[in-house]
Design a protein around this ligand. Sequence first.
Ligand code: DHB
Length: 403
Amino acid sequence: MRQERTRVAVVGAGPAGLVLAMLLAREGIDAVVVDHRTREEIEGTVRAGILEQGTVELLDACGAGARIGVDGARHDGIGLRVDGTTHRVDLRGHTGRSVWLYPQHEVLTDLLAWHRDHHTDLRLGVSGATVAETGADGAVVTFTGADGVPVELACEALAGCDGSRSVVRGAIPDRMRTDHFRALPFAWFGVLLDAPPSAKELVYASSERGFALISSRTPTVQRMYFQCDPAESTSDWSDARILDELQARVAGADGFALVEGPVLTRDVIPMRSYVCEPMRHRRVFLAGDAAHTVPPTGAKGLNLAVADVVLLAGALTDLLVHRRDEAVDRYAADAARRVWRTQQFSYHLTTTLHPEPGADPFDERRRRAAVEHLVTSQRAAAELAEGYVGWPLPGAGCSGTTR
Ligand code: DHB
C-alpha cells in the first residue's frame, strides 16, 4: 500500500467531482480526484444537454466555458406543445435569463481539459475505491491506481461525487440515513437521429398518446424522447415505428412534423426521484447524483450537481483555509433546500406532462387542467420559466449576467 495524503479526496470525475476540484484548486486547496472510468469513458457518457445560465456563468468565471459560446446555443424559450398546438414559454421575457443547449459530454471534455491545463491530480481508471475510515478530522480512501499500485489516501474531507451507485454514500451509517425514493410509472424511449433540427427551440409535447421531447445535439444529430413503459424493450422498435410514434405525439392542425432520418442509437431511460439525507456524515460529503436523482424532464441533474458543489466548495474553503466549521455544519441543510425545490420542480413538470397509464379519471382530468393552466396563464408560465432557467447559485463567481 502506498500511503498518500491530500486535503480533499473526491470520488467521481463527473460534473460534480470535476467542478468541485476546479473550485477547490482556485482556492489553492489540494485535492485528488479518483474515478474507475478512463478519460474516454467519461467523455463518452451521453446525458442531457441543458445548462442553466448560472451553470454557464460559473464555468465562464472559472475559464472552462469558452466553448459553450461557440458550440452551444442560447435558448431564450421553450415550446410546450399540447394536443398539437405549440405555446411558447418566453424564458428570457419572464426571467431575464436563458439556458444553453450544450451536451454534458462536452462539459466533461472542457472540464478535463481545464484540469489538464491546471495540472491538478486526477487518477482515472482506478479500481476498487472504498471508504476505509471516517473520523472527526478526516477520512481514508483506498483504491488501486491504473498502474496497479494499491493506494491508501488520507484526507481532511471526502467528497462523494460518484453518481447514483455511489460507494461513498455507504459511509453514512444506515441508522443515520434516510433514502427517499419514488419510482415513476413511466420511462423515456430516447433516440439520436441523423437529421437536421425540426425546431429552433426545444419542444415539450404532451398529448393523449403521451409525452415527447424534441431536443438537439448538433446541426446534424437530434435527440428525441417519447414516454414509454419502463419495461419497454428497444428491440421491439423498428426505425419506422419509432418515427411514427414521435410524429404522432407532435402532430397537430398546424402541420408541424419532425424531419426524419436514420435512428443512430436507442435507449430506455427509467424515471425515479431519490434523495439521500443527510448529505454529510462527519467529514464525508455527498454531492450530485450520489445524493439525489431527479426525473429527466427539465434537465436538472447536472445543474443541481453544480449547485451542490458550489456550496460544498465554499464550505470546505471556510473549513480548510479559514478554520471555520459553521458552513460545513450547514452544508447538508443548505444543499437539501435546493435539492427538494428541484425535486419538486422536476417531479411536478414530469407528472404534469405525462399521462399516467391506468390513472384514475379524476386524477387524469386534474392533470389535464394543470396542463391547460400552464399554457393559458402567464403567471404559471413565469413560474415554470423561473424554475427552468434555475434559481441563482450561492455566491462565488456567478453573480450578474455575463451573457
Ligand atoms: C434534454 C433532456 C432533457 O431531459 C430536457 O429536459 C431537455 C433536453 C436533452 O437530452 O437534450
